[in-house]
Unconditional design. Structure first.
Length: 326
């Protein structure tokens, strides 16, 4: 590994990249970070601003990135007016809200839940799967049973008024078509680097609106919707989960960073791969976020309209990501 990395550095990244089948990037993009930005947290879409505030309370008090990414997305999960995350979100085609979530820490430990109903904080159940069971993933009834055994409250299967109205409108045509770039996209993914230099990530969603009952997206799949490698960096994804799963998107972004790419170049390379593997890429949206061990950040999307919230000691701000399709 070390000798291969050395080879890449000595031979010039562009040439070596071609040899091992990576998209070529300029040397400037792989230059090491000049300084370290930490703590730092970033999360998908505008809803990330409030979530980052929650995470920052932990990070600014020298807390652990794992606690920050859980508490941060808990803010979004608890917002019953959010139509894409948590129990107030848009339902599946049968009118049920089913939730997916995952979490991963600096040791490579991870937990996830999928197709979970009735629970306000699926990411916290995912954390308990990681900490209290020998497993990584629990789904459906089993995940619910585990949550209830661990003191989570069973909430009613009742849609928020806005979601119920939207679902009833959708039922008139019952046409399944993911909507590109709606402001309220369907996931919050969050990645953070704490003051001790450790990385963690989380992801929580109601999945695509009006999906088939039982459909699970990329968000609870470790390596697809989110991935952390404390030696290298962390990444998360949002958008059409089927397209992300086909390329193990977040794992791919982290592996590109391991091979020397900046977070931004890694997100671009992953989007390029995604467009090669998904002929329908012009009709869908996917966005990636990345953060490396030095606190450098990157983002890139298939289409216009993906934004993310970035918070460090200089403040919490919304940033527009670059995109592939013109
Ligand atoms: N990635 C999510 C899913 O496919 C949805 C989204 O982020 O919009 O379930």
């Amino acid at each position: 590994m070390t000798s291969r990395r050395k080879f890449i550095q000595t031979a010039g990244f562009a040439g070596a990249a071609a040899l091992i089948g990576l998209p070529e990037i300029s040397l400037a993009e792989k230059r090491p970070a000049s300084g370290t930005t930490k703590p730092i947290v970033l999360s998908t879409w505008k809803r990330g601003l409030a979530a980052n505030d929650g995470a920052w309370k932990v990070l600014s008090a020298n807390g652990r990135a794992l606690d920050a990414v859980e508490k941060g997305v808990n803010v979004t999960e608890a917002d019953f007016t959010d139509r894409s995350v948590g129990l107030g979100a848009l339902p599946d085609r049968d009118g049920h809200v089913t939730l997916d979530a995952s979490i991963m820490d600096e040791h490579g430990s991870c937990g996830s839940v999928a197709f979970l109903q009735h629970i306000m904080h699926p990411v916290s159940v995912a954390r308990l799967v990681m900490e209290k069971t020998p497993h990584v993933m629990l789904v459906g009834e089993g995940a619910l049973q585990f949550a209830l055994e661990n003191g989570f409250k069973k909430e009613p299967d009742k849609l928020s008024p806005a979601s119920e109205q939207a679902w009833k409108e959708w039922l008139k045509k019952s046409e399944y078509k993911p909507v590109v770039n709606i402001e309220n996209h369907d996931t919050i993914g969050m990645i953070a680097l704490d003051a001790a230099g450790n990385l963690s990530g989380s992801c929580t969603t109601s999945g695509l609106a009006y999906k088939m009952h039982g459909r699970v997206g990329d968000s609870p799949i470790i390596g697809a919707g989110m991935y952390v490698d404390n030696e290298v960096g962390a990444a998360c994804a949002t958008g059409v989960g089927e397209a992300v799963m086909k390329i193990c998107g977040s794992f791919l972004v982290v592996e590109y960073m391991r091979q020397g790419m900046s977070p931004d170049a890694a997100c671009r390379a992953a989007v390029k791969r995604l467009t090669e593997r998904n002929p329908n890429y012009k009709d869908i949206q996917v966005g990636f976020l990345a953060l490396n061990k030095q606190g450098e950040t990157g983002a890139y999307a298939v289409q216009h309209g993906f934004n993310y919230a970035l918070c460090d000691s200089s403040g919490n701000k919304l940033v527009d990501a670059d995109f592939f399709v013109n």
